[in-house]
Write a protein that binds this ligand. Structure first.
Ligand code: ZN
Length: 234
């Protein structure tokens, strides 16, 4: 039995190099066994990547089957409302979210976002029509959807150009989530009470700020940044 002279790991009789540190194995008392099969494969195999079209077909098939199953259930178990239409609408929305961006790589962010926001907007509009809820749709749902779209656009424009570090991404993400929630509560309050009385969103916002400030400090001080990189293997 040979051992690596560099790292001390026990070596298989067929090893001519240490598999961990690649130090050549030299053991005059036990020459390398070149006849026996090696305990692990010598060639690196590759798993063929999933084709985008196959993935698109899979997602589409999943959404269609969920829709069809719900429609059939709805027919055989009649309820007061045709609830399956809600599932079908959600399936169409999810399809618009995931499949076109998958197939049309390089789709401009703005177009993608407009498509996604429009899908949510139309879906909620159909629910509002069904439930006779145009008041909450125009007063609450649509503004929140548009505000969410604006927040995602902001993030996309800043993070999209060039590679950003994980620290920057997390900082911006946490900050944007805080801003989105404050805006959402403002819209809810304005709709229900007619005035802004921030409560829960300020708590969340404070937590977000409490997270963002250390992140900014870490980003600004190179030695701290390196330390964090090392600790978290970034
Ligand atoms: Zn070694």
């Amino acid at each position: 039995m040979s051992y690596c002279v560099n790292c001390g790991v026990e070596l298989d009789g067929t090893a001519s190099f240490c598999p961990l540190c690649h130090t050549p194995v030299v053991n005059p008392k036990q020459p390398v066994d070149t006849v026996s099969p090696k305990p692990f494969p010598t060639e690196r195999g590759e798993v063929a990547p999933v084709s985008k079209w196959e993935l698109a077909v899979l997602i589409s098939a999943m959404l269609v089957s969920v829709s069809v199953c719900c429609a059939i259930l709805n027919i055989f178990l009649p309820a007061e409302r045709t609830w399956s239409l809600y599932v079908v609408g959600a399936a169409i929305m999810l399809w618009l979210w995931f499949v076109p961006p998958l197939l049309l790589r390089g789709m401009p962010l703005l177009i993608r976002l407009v498509l996604d926001v429009a899908a949510v907007g139309v879906y909620l509009l159909l629910i509002a029509i069904d439930l006779d809820g145009m008041v909450w749709y125009l007063g609450l749902a649509l503004p929140i959807v548009l505000w969410g779209g604006a927040c995602v656009l902001f993030l996309g424009l800043i993070l999209g150009g060039g590679r950003r570090s994980i620290l920057t991404t997390v900082t911006l993400l946490v900050g944007t989530i805080g801003a989105f929630l404050v805006g959402t509560e403002l819209l809810i309050d304005r709709f229900i009470h007619g005035a802004w009385g921030p409560s829960w969103s300020l708590v969340v916002f404070t937590i977000c700020v409490a997270l963002v400030i250390p992140l900014i400090i870490v980003r600004r001080i190179p030695s701290l940044r390196e330390e964090v990189r090392r600790r978290f293997h970034m």
